[in-house]
Write a protein that binds this ligand. Structure first.
Ligand SMILES: [Ca+2]
Ligand SMILES: [Ca+2]
Ligand SMILES: [Ca+2]
Length: 197
């Protein structure tokens, strides 16, 4: 059994499973984003959380500044921590045994257009596959309203989240209006679609 300890910064992890070979305490090497303890997601093999560049005094996403909050995946087997991308603080990451999913901020990630709609103002869904080490851009804008904050769910087969059709500029669920909709991605085939209400 693994637990994240709310001791503040930097993030430390404790394991009470004596059968595991990794040490009981593992420093992640990253400063946790302040006030974001609910953003720490623990599975049997990993911890996904959001680090603060200002608290770390480092550029963790390589865009040339130290102003972002950047999603991290810490491997409890190897002790390594991987920095993935600048995220929207209001869209907490989720994780399953195999995958971590999160909303990348186009603005914070160097002003890139990640969903191909011609702007750099969206929060775009990404999935990191720990089995392959690959980070996949789903190309879909996520909803960022407070009510959607804890709405995303992921398993080792499916990622479901609230998509923003106005941000995407596409009627994803085919109901004739641009609003928010449930978007489901099959992580095995890579196929995703909006779900009509
Ligand atoms: Ca940065
Ligand atoms: Ca965009
Ligand atoms: Ca629609």
């Amino acid at each position: 059994m693994l637990r994240a300890l709310p001791f503040g910064l930097p993030l430390l992890l404790a394991s009470v499973s004596a059968a595991q070979s990794p040490p009981l305490l593992q420093p992640t090497g990253r400063a946790l984003n302040g006030g974001a303890m609910t953003n720490v997601v623990v599975t049997r093999t990993s911890v996904t959380f959001v680090a603060s560049e200002p608290m770390q005094s480092a550029d963790l996403n390589g865009d040339g500044d130290q102003a972002d909050v950047v999603v991290q995946v810490h491997d409890l087997r190897t002790g390594g921590t991987r920095s993935l991308a600048a995220v929207n603080y209001f869209v907490p990451p989720v994780a399953s045994d195999r995958y971590s999913a999160f909303g990348v901020s186009e603005f914070a990630e160097g002003g890139q257009d990640l969903n191909g709609d011609g702007d750099a103002t969206d929060t775009v869904a990404f999935v990191f596959d720990r089995a392959t080490g690959q980070k996949r851009n789903l190309g879909i804008a996520m909803g960022t309203a407070y009510a959607e904050k804890h709405g995303a769910v992921i398993t080792d087969r499916v990622f479901a989240f609230s998509a923003s059709e106005p941000d995407q500029g596409v009627d994803l669920d085919g109901d004739g209006v641009l609003a928010r909709c449930l978007y489901v991605v099959d992580l095995v085939t890579g196929v995703g679609s909006g779900v009509a209400p």
